[in-house]
Design a protein around this ligand. Structure first.
Ligand SMILES: *Cc1c(COP(=O)(O)O)cnc(C)c1O
Length: 473
């Protein structure tokens, strides 16, 4: 064996690098809590590219390399990270990922990942029960909410819509639903006009009273509606659709009911906020992202089916070299049900937290973040120079800075500039969204260490920035 290859697999080198790395990451987690440190060291894409193209390791070490990666990455562990919906990874879950990487088993065929496959089954059963499903329910872990939504919709079509030509197949979904739903339906060959958008009410929830008319109109045009998708909540504003009412409608018309709870599904653990998901147990299928509100590393998503045997419908096939006999409904060979062939083990991370910390930490995490969002919204609503778009149901808050007498178009330019400035300066990370053609600043509270002190500083910062930026618009 060549020396380099021998060195690469040397266990003692791994031990040394590993100790260095753990020290580095522990210091990183400690430093992340210091509010004066930056969330993000912004570089324009071209400079970032140039940096890594010319990166020189000749006098460096893996530890230095990892340190540089940290320095050049946005810090989701920072309490002033309030941007996109991604968890600050629970450190024990991250350590589990290291084990998963070294073991490098799969979770598609039992014999190629015995522990991971069995653990996946344990957590699926556990969460299915938490949703309120009975013992007939089943599901699996898959690579992202987008793939979970696609798999659910493929299943819905197979179960409900066998005889209709693709050109007639249609789905009803709120106009605020996540774009992964539309993407999935386009992949499935549905035309744009068959992705029927149900309008929203003043709280940005699906106007469920509009389902009936849309359904009859679609029917009159020869369309076969095979699914309604509810958002729990929608991404832009964090608004929860009324799942009870959608369930009733779907039941009446024999339509598949899928709930995209990628973001908010974690609230099944929250004693205080579980009510937002009332009716979830009436869904035929449910998507929940672990990497959003369950502190998991990306990516890790659950897909559940109320009727477990439906979990085989999307991809049922024969792969003679993997299974000697086609026996249906065997839990242990997950590849019969999932899009993935080589499937990463994504269950051990969740199981580790569940076993060593108990499900109370999930309750604490979700409840705390939803509470902080409510407090922040109250703070924004009372200020004359800010507009709160709506009272948040979850941990997503949309708001904008106001200047008296300004048109929306000027306010849009100002708020866009505020967000751009914040991004480049790196003290805070927030995002923006467009609602009714207007630009809003958007916060998702993801870090349990974020408090009113941080948010008060953010508002002060926005005020200070605005007093300087108003001269430009
Ligand atoms: C994030 C999200 C998705 C997509 O999930 P990925 O894991 O990013 O693929 C789908 N729907 C909603 C509501 C989301 O918030």
């Amino acid at each position: 064996m060549n020396e380099k290859l021998k060195e690469l697999y040397n266990a003692e080198t791994f031990r040394e690098n590993g100790y260095d790395l753990i020290d580095l990451l522990a210091d990183f987690l400690t430093d992340s809590q210091r509010a004066e440190n930056k969330v993000n060291n912004w570089l324009p894409p071209s400079e970032q590219l140039e940096y890594w193209e010319n990166y020189d390791t000749s006098n460096s070490s893996p530890k230095q390399f990892f340190a540089d990666i940290l320095e050049k990455s946005i810090n989701v562990h920072h309490p002033k990270y309030m941007g996109h919906q991604i968890s600050p990874t629970a450190p024990l879950a991250a350590l589990s990922s290291l084990v998963v990487s070294i073991v490098n088993n799969g979770a598609a065929v039992y014999e190629m990942g015995a522990a991971g496959t069995a653990i996946e089954k344990v957590i699926i059963n556990k969460i299915a029960k938490k949703i309120g499903f009975d013992e007939n329910a089943d599901g699996f872990v898959t690579s992202g909410g987008s793939l979970a939504n696609l798999t659910a919709l493929l299943t819905a079509r197979k179960k409900i819509c066998v005889d209709s030509p693709i050109g007639n197949q249609a789905v009803m979904v709120s106009s605020e639903a996540h774009y992964s739903i539309e993407k999935a339906l386009r992949i499935m060959g549905l035309e744009e006009e068959n992705i029927i958008k149900i309008p929203i009410n003043e709280h940005f929830n699906m106007k469920t009273s509009a389902l009936k008319d849309s359904y009859h109109e679609a029917q009159a045009n020869g369309k076969k509606i095979f699914a309604v998708v509810g958002s729990a909540p929608s991404t832009s504003t964090g608004s929860h659709d009324n799942l009870e009412e959608i369930a009733r409608f779907c039941n009446e018309h024999s339509i598949w009911f899928h709930v995209d709870a990628a973001h908010g599904g974690g609230a099944i653990f929250s004693t205080k906020y579980r009510y937002l998901l009332a009716g979830l147990e009436k869904a035929d299928s449910v998507t929940i992202d672990g990497h959003k509100m369950l502190m998991m590393p990306s990516i890790m998503s659950f897909l559940f089916f109320k009727n477990g045997s439906d979990s085989y419908a999307a991809f049922k096939q024969r792969a003679a070299y993997l299974w000697d006999k086609e026996k249906n409904n065997e839990w242990q060979d997950l590849a019969k049900r999932t899009f993935e062939c080589t499937k990463n083990i994504m269950s051990i991370q969740f199981y580790a937290i569940l076993k060593f910390y108990g499900e109370g930490v999930f309750d604490d995490f979700v409840t705390r973040l939803y509470d902080v969002a409510k407090m922040f919204a109250t703070d924004v609503a009372v200020r004359q120079d800010f507009e709160l778009l709506l009272q948040p149901q979850a941990n997503i808050v949309c708001f904008r800075y106001l200047v008296e007498g300004w048109t929306d178009s000027r306010l849009n330019q100002l708020n866009r500039a505020i967000r751009e400035y914040l991004l480049k300066e790196g003290d805070f990370y927030i995002v923006q969204t467009t609602i009714n053609d207007n630009v809003y600043l958007r916060i998702t509270f993801m870090n349990p260490n974020t408090t009113g002190i941080h948010t008060a500083k953010l508002l002060k910062k926005i005020q200070a920035l605005s007093s300087f930026l108003v001269a430009y618009f």
